[in-house]
Design a protein around this ligand. Structure first.
Ligand code: NAP
Ligand code: ZN
Ligand code: ZN
Length: 366
């Protein structure tokens, strides 16, 4: 089937591109509530697609950045990097997408495309730094990027993925960050059937980690500081649940795990968790809390490894989406209107989310 009607293409002769004025929600300064705002999206260039945003997940990284916890934040800031929507316009040289496609956009919207990481399809490790979806600048070094708490976005066709049929779109949105950020280290570090895997922290990332590790055949234990999450952990597929507020739990579970995925957003004692790893086993940090000390013996005594992992590349993101669709895996979500975003942030701070807030952007249209 040939799909190339000209009405699918950006209209008009080449020339200065119009700015598309788009409703959004933004923080105007650090630690201030999000308020209604408008952003200008670029009219699609030859390789761009314009996407109507349907759902956008709420990641703890949004909160870290709105609170300027990683410093250097750019305000006004429109957060949101778990975007699912429909293509409404494509640039004249776009072949990969057509109007009506259901697509996702994750944590970055561009990268240098030339470095070793980009060439290897590992754009999240771009040596120039990927262009993050918000709180960043486009490759021109000037234009601020604005995220998915808005009704549409213009993105280069190479930084967009296909949402497979069968995945409910609200439950698919969190896969664009929480899904790929947990899938990528599980795969990269070779987690396999029968491995004893611990997921540390049962939030947005953690609950996806449980589902994905289980789908890979691992024996999964949740390590949580919230005793009330036990039933949910088991329902999500975990085989065991350990409350980390109980100091004796560290002795009982010493040298138990082949792999620990640490998703905790607040400062905690890495050394205590390293003690739960077997000989030659690995703990991977994906959570980004304030720094905490590391003591060499926690690694040395069992030749353990401590590693980190950042999101995942575009090809791997597509692979993860297809993996999830084939197994009916989506996020457990609480769908909210954009008007409830500040309450959602408060709850996220208290680890009170089951297990991802997802904004229905229809609430911003009306
Ligand atoms: P989240 O939904 O808020 O979950 C974080 C979980 O950490 C909480 O549910 C809680 O689990 C645990 N936790 C929170 N405060 C704690 C405390 N004081 N002591 C012990 N445990 C605590 O956050 P998320 O969206 O999953 O994000 C988690 C972290 O990953 C954030 O730092 C985020 O910025 C980072 N992140 C990194 C990447 C990457 O590429 N590396 C990508 C996305 C996000 P329990 O209640 O079960 O203890
Ligand atoms: Zn995220
Ligand atoms: Zn690069």
């Amino acid at each position: 089937m040939t799909v190339s009607p000209t009405h699918d293409r950006a209209a008009g002769p080449p020339g200065p591109r119009r700015a598309l004025v788009t409703p959004a929600y933004a923080a105007r300064a650090a630690k201030t509530p999000l308020v209604p705002f408008t952003v200008e999206r670029r009219e699609p260039g030859p390789h761009d697609v314009l996407i109507d945003i349907l759902f956008c997940g709420v990641c703890h990284s949004d909160l870290h950045q709105v609170r300027d916890e990683w410093s250097g934040a750019i305000f006004p800031m429109v957060p949101g990097h778990e975007i699912v929507g429909r293509v409404t316009q494509v640039g004249e040289q776009v072949n990969k997408w057509k109007v009506g496609d259901t697509v996702g956009v994750g944590c970055f919207v561009d990268s240098c495309r030339a470095c070793e990481a980009c060439q290897a399809g590992e754009e999240s490790y771009c040596e120039q730094g990927p262009v993050y979806t918000y709180n960043a600048r486009e490759r021109d070094g000037a234009t601020p990027t604005y995220g998915g708490y808005s009704t549409r976005i213009t993105v280069d066709e190479g930084y967009v993925v296909r949402i497979p049929e069968g995945l409910p779109l609200d439950r698919a949105a969190p896969l664009m960050c929480a899904g790929i950020t947990t899938y990528s280290p599980l795969r990269h570090f070779g987690v396999k059937a029968g491995d004893r895997v611990a997921i540390l922290g049962l939030g947005g990332l953690g609950h996806m980690g449980v589902k994905l590790a289980k789908a890979l055949g691992a024996h999964v234990t949740v390590l949580s500081h919230s005793p009330g999450k036990r039933d949910d952990a088991l329902r999500l597929g975990a085989d065991d649940f350990v409350v980390t507020r109980d100091a004796a739990a560290f002795g009982r579970n010493a040298r138990r795990f082949h792999f620990i995925l640490d998703t905790v957003s607040a400062q905690h004692d890495y050394n205590a968790y390293l003690g739960l790893l077997r000989r030659d086993a690995t703990m991977v940090l994906v959570g980004v809390p304030d720094p905490a000390p590391l003591s060499a013996p926690s690694l040395i005594e069992a030749r353990r490894r401590l590693a980190g992992s950042s999101i995942g590349g575009i090809t791997e993101t597509q692979e993860m989406l297809d993996f999830c669709a084939a197994r009916g895996i989506g996020a457990d979500v609480e769908v909210i209107s954009i008007q409830r975003i500040n309450d959602a942030y408060e709850r996220l701070l208290r680890s009170d989310v089951k297990y991802r807030f997802v904004i229905d952007l229809a609430s911003l249209q009306s």
